[in-house]
Design a protein around this ligand. Structure first.
Ligand code: CMC
Length: 427
């Protein structure tokens, strides 16, 4: 592309600079467009709009590539740990072994919650959805940690980031414990981030809990796969909320609210529910037909993506992990066979081929989370736990971006023009 783009508005020509990143599509810088032309651009859902510059995560949707700071998701999932990925996203480079030890130590020492928060949990109904609890409790952190809310102080920002990453497993585990009526389990600093989360979730105070290394490894990998994903809806929500200078804990609560929706993080719960509803391979054609029927709102959950028009690389790793966990634990679930067959049928169906609809990260994640023992209602809470790393990294990047402004989209107004007020008794 040339280094300027020409636009003709109302018969007049305007030139706009074209910006080039390290990889990926160029962007046309239209920041001066409204001032010069009096026109806005129209882009519902931001399908063609870059809202920021970022050096964290790159996705090539056509090729099915996902990079964090230049490293492929396949390499990270295979060779690193979630804590390494968290460090990488926050700091830009993989840690040395001393840096890793120090980061692990910092995160571990922030895992406990203020004791008063346990009381806060008890205000929720026992049958509350864990995501409802997560939204409330994470938002409430803003009322507890006053020493880490000056967003202009890099040290306070980092403390808030570490607190969020560290406390999220404790909060998610407590949301689970609360729903099943079991006592909360306090963090154990001798365990890994993921092992500690498993113990807080599945352990009970009455007996020792031994972390299964296969499950720990699989869970850690699931966290890596969900750590960040560029400017998705919840990340954009965190950036937008943060752009006003809002409290960091409240911004992450906003991200959790957005993630909960079935078109986003809620799809993992919906995908497993769908697979269970299908139940047997012979019923797949019925559901494929429903997904293709324009008069039926049903969609194949865990299929399709705004950016990936190829196989989601996270789904590849997830499918492999299901096989590994099933083999190591010597378990199986008929729902996995349904998922594999459904994928095969869909990928050979012209509707899905033409629309470039492939399995996404949520298609297989439910199968594995269910095998580990999580109820479906916890699936999105686990996604939120892992994505917190991406949210805080993106939030930090936004605050230090010299181009950063309060997010304030414009609109095409289609309502009534000015009209006279009619008094109540005359209407
Ligand atoms: N099943 C059947 N048809 C679909 C599906 C699906 N899962 N996804 C998209 N389509 C069709 C859609 O009906 C539309 O058809 P047409 O052009 O004839 O109107 C076309 O494909 C394009 O869909 P869209 O809704 O305009 O695409 P989008 O980029 O706005 O939506 C999506 C992306 C992920 C919301 C959508 O594919 C979807 O609803 N998938 C199911 C939910 C899901 O799995 N979400 C998880 C996404 S990955 C994890 C995350 O980001 O949180």
């Amino acid at each position: 592309m040339s280094d300027t783009a020409k636009l003709n508005v109302g018969g007049k020509d305007f030139d706009y600079p074209v910006m080039t990143g390290t990889i990926g599509p160029d962007v046309v810088d239209i920041r001066k467009m409204y001032a010069q032309t009096g026109a806005f651009t129209y882009d519902p859902g931001f399908t063609s709009t870059a809202s920021c510059q970022s050096n964290l995560t790159y996705i090539d949707g056509d090729e099915g590539v996902l990079l964090h700071r230049g490293y492929t998701i396949g390499d990270l999932a295979e060779k690193s740990s979630f804590m390494e990925v968290a460090y990488l996203l926050l700091n830009g480079e993989l840690p040395s072994s001393d840096e890793m030890d120090s980061f692990n130590g910092t995160i571990t020492r922030h895992t406990m919650l203020h004791e008063q928060l346990a009381t806060f949990f008890r205000g929720f109904r026992r049958d509350a959805h864990p995501m409802a609890i997560m939204c409330g409790v994470v938002g409430a952190l803003s009322a507890f940690y006053h020493d880490s809310t000056d967003i202009h102080d890099p040290r306070q920002r980092m403390i808030a980031s570490h607190r969020l990453i560290a406390k999220m497993p404790t909060i998610a585990a407590m949301a689970y414990k609360y729903s099943v009526g079991q006592p909360f389990v306090y963090p154990d600093n001798s365990l890994s981030y993921t092992g500690n989360f498993l113990r807080m979730t599945f352990g009970v105070p009455a007996e020792p809990y031994v972390v299964n290394p296969v499950v720990e490894k699989a869970m850690d990998r699931i966290f890596i796969l969900h750590a960040d994903h560029e400017q998705n809806a919840s990340t954009s929500t965190v950036r937008l909320a943060g752009s006003s200078g809002a409290n960091p804990f409240a911004c992450i609560a906003a991200g959790i609210a957005c993630l909960w929706g079935p078109a986003h993080g809620g799809a993992n719960e919906a995908a497993l529910n769908m697979l269970r509803e299908i139940g047997t391979v012979d019923r797949i054609p019925e559901f494929i037909a429903r997904a293709k029927d324009k008069n039926d709102p049903f969609r194949l959950m865990g299929f399709g993506h705004r950016v990936y028009k190829n196989y989601d690389p996270r789904a590849t790793v997830m499918q492999k992990t299901v096989r590994e966990v099933f083999e190591s634990l010597n378990v199986s679930d008929p729902v996995f066979d349904v998922a594999l067959k459904l994928e095969e049928i869909a990928l050979n169906d012209p509707y899905f081929v033409e629309k470039k609809l492939f399995p996404n990260v949520d298609f297989y994640s439910g199968v594995i989370l269910s095998a580990i023992g999580f109820p479906t209602s916890m699936f999105t809470a686990l996604f939120a736990l892992a994505r917190t790393v991406g949210w805080v990294a993106q939030w930090n990047e936004m605050i230090t971006d010299p181009d950063q402004k309060i997010g304030r989209p414009r609109q095409l107004y289609t309502g009534p023009t000015t009209r006279d007020y009619v008094a109540l008794d005359a209407r």
